[in-house]
Design a protein around this ligand. Sequence first.
Ligand SMILES: [Zn+2]
Length: 343
Amino acid sequence: MKHVTQIRQSVAISVVLIALLFILPLAVIVPFRSELFSGESPVDETEQAPFASGDLDAQTVLKVLDGDTVVEMDMGEYLVGVVRAEMPASFEEEALKAQAVAARTYTSYKILTGGNHGDTADICTDSTCCQAWIAEDRARSNWGEDADAFEQKIEAAVYETDGQTILYGGVPILAVFHSSSAGQTRQAGTVWLNDLPYLQPVTSPEDGAQIPNYYSRVSFTADAFREKVLAAHPEADLSGEMSGWLTNAVTDASGSVETVDVGGVTMKGSTLRGILGLRSACFDWEVQDGELVFFVTGFGHGVGMSQYGADQMARDGADYQEILTHYYTGVTVEPYRLTRTGS
Ligand SMILES: [Zn+2]
């Protein structure tokens, strides 16, 4: 009896094993059947493999404030969203890599120096506060039919620069960047309060003819100009002839205004740029038909890496390390392991 039972058990086990041989492959294939047999490429982005960060980027987990919500993601996932938002995805691969490294460095600098959000978050997605960031689905709808290619380029730029960080004296720098300069970048102290040794003026090779709105023109009526300036500087005297309102401009070699007297008040060109909403502080002006007309070159504060300049350098054969060491003076670009103090 005992022997028969053993045989029955063996037969039962064999039947189960043989059945599994047929069922298991089906269980693996069925979920992907539509992809394998439909003959169409999948359009739903959820079928796309999610981005996986490199080893160093995966080790840094960030709290990212997006609107009212704090989302946790690792450095690589975060950087892909920053590069999507901060640089045109049509740019050269080496320019996108330079952008990824600059954004990683800027983020590390913010974390090491305390950042803008205390214990709530490491960084936010508001470009006027920290750095712009957009999710994949929103980027894809902006990109349209180029979405797959653009997303792949950006993910590669982040993955292939895993952990690479711009260092000065072994420490991540304040890696600021701007859209386009007027042929030369600007010294930090002429734009903001303080100079930094690695934010010095350097030549920048962008070709204005290829850049949308590189040259812009803005005009103000007397009332409009007065209203804007007096809101910021009520002490300015804008009573006389319009042609005498702006005097004593000091410009750098590229024509960016370092300081200018506005109604007798000396201010930085970058300050007047902010008051008037000009695209950059590289501007000239004249009175035309009773209006004050500004002629502006480039876009952004002009400090650190120029994005269009980086793209031009890449077209001319530079790699991302050459681009970064050109725009940031005296730095090295190296893998860096971010360690938080006090945690
Ligand atoms: Zn912020």
